[in-house]
Design a protein around this ligand. Sequence first.
Ligand code: 5GP
Ligand code: MN
Length: 352
Amino acid sequence: MNQNRMRIVSESDAAALHGIIAGSSVITVVSHTHPDGDAVGSCLAFRSFLRQQGKDAEVVLPDSPGEVLMFLEGAETMTIASENREKAAERFSSSDLLVCLDFNKADRTGCLEEEVDSFRGHKVMIDHHLSPDRESFGLVISRCGISSTAELLYWVLMALPETCGDASRLPHDAAEALMTGMTTDTNNFANSVYPSTLMMASDLLEAGVDRDRIISMIFNRHRENRLRAMGWLLKDEMTITENGVAYMILTSDTVRRFGLKDGDTEGFVNLPLAIGKVRMSILVKADGDRGFRISIRSKEGTSANSCAKTYFNGGGHELAAGGRLRCPEDIPATDRVSAAAYIEKVTAEFFR
Ligand code: 5GP
Ligand code: MN
C-alpha cells in the first residue's frame, strides 16, 4: 500500500477505534444541526459499515437535511430529533457507543446537545474542524488539513482490519456516501483538495462509485426558485464594502417570496468570491424571530473562522465558517437595516 495512505490515521487511533467498536453492540452515529452533505454522507457511510459488521447502528440528526441529499441510500431511515424527540432520546439511552461526525463540540448538535454531553457510554469524535473539545470525548480523531469528515472517515475505515486498505470492501452505499460528502465539502474539488483527497476519489471510482450520478443528484436537481432567488440576490441585494466584504441578507420576507426551503440557499455564499476585490463573503439568513444564521467564506489571507468566532457566536474552518446573529443580544431587531448596520460595523473593525 502507498505509504501516504497509512499516515493520515495512526495505527494507535485505528486500533483504539477497532477495539471500541468490537466491544459495542448498539451504536448511534450523530452529526451537527443543519446537516450538510459531509455530515449526512459521513453518518450514512459509517452506519452502513457498522451494519456490515453486524452491529445495531442508527443515525440520529438534530434536524433534517435539505431535500437534495435524500437521494443517498438509507437517508429516509435516519431519526430526526426535531421531528421525533422521544425516539431520539430512547436511542441515545439504549446505545453503548456514540460516534460524533463532522463537529467539534457538543453545542453544534442543537437540540441534542444535552444528550451528547451526558452520554455515558464510549464517545468517539471523527472530525475536521479547528479546536476540537478533546476533554469531552474518549477518542478524538481530528485532522484539519483534510478536505472533509467524509475523507477522514474514509482513511479511518481504510486503516481498519475489515478493509485492509481496500475500498472495494466497503459497502457500495457507504462508498457513494463518502464520495458525496467529500464532493459537497470541497464544492466539487474547488477548495481544500489535498493529494489524499484525489487518492480517495480515485480509489472510490475504482471501487465502482458512479460519480456522474452523484454530481447530477447534488448539483443539477434544484428547484427553479433557488436560481431565481440567487439571481435576484446577486443583482439587487449584494453590498460590497470598501474593505472588500460582500454581504447578502435573506430576510424572512425574501424566504417567503421565493418559497425557499432549508437547503435551497446552499452555496450562495460562495458566489461573491468570484469577484476579484471581494476578500470575504457573508450570507445572512433569517432564522425565525431568534435572529439570523450566518455563513462566511473568505480567500487566503482572511480568516472566516476568526471573524465568525469574534463577531457571530460561531466558528468553523479557516476559509469557511458560520454562526448566528442573536436578537436582542447582538442586534435590536431581525430586519435588514439592523443586520446590515451590524455587519458594516464589525467588518470595518475586523479589517482595521
Ligand atoms: P455553512 O456556512 O456551510 O453553514 O458552514 C460552514 C462551516 O462553518 C461548517 O464547517 C460549519 O461546521 C461551520 N459552522 C456553521 N455554523 C456554525 C456555528 O453556528 N458555530 C460553529 N462553531 N460553526 C459553524
Ligand atoms: Mn465537513
